[in-house]
Design a protein around this ligand. Sequence first.
Ligand SMILES: [Zn+2]
Ligand SMILES: [Zn+2]
Length: 152
Amino acid sequence: MGRTGSCQCGTIRYEVEGDSLALVFCQCTECQKLSAGIGSYSMVLPREALRIVSGEPRSWERSSETGARNRAWMCPECGNRIFHENPDDPAMIRLKAGTLDDAAALEPDALVWRRSAPAWMQAPEGVARFESQPTPEEFFAAMTLFQGRAQR
Ligand SMILES: [Zn+2]
Ligand SMILES: [Zn+2]
């Protein structure tokens, strides 16, 4: 199963092969800034699943509260984020899944940082939710609980 996506101006185009390991809708204040909205989709994928087919993304890096490095790759023309990675742990990436051509068909496995979500936004039934950043153990425990519907 392949998916395609692009930045807003079309300079960056990419293809994704294989299945998402998890799709998280994050509502932390950083994701609100980067999306200029109420949050951001991160699709967790093995690095080799993503192939950039046109354009050369540029990068910008910051450290999270825990000290983990977060390198963002974006379009050099329109600035649209394409994916994030931790350069110290390069096997996995977090595709900014709102740039997928079929983004409207996506259903998240988990909502994180509900603490900073707007009060009017209801969380849908049957989706794992976390007030802040779950530990990997908490996250995977919730994924197992919701496994039935997480398959796609
Ligand atoms: Zn662009
Ligand atoms: Zn976030």
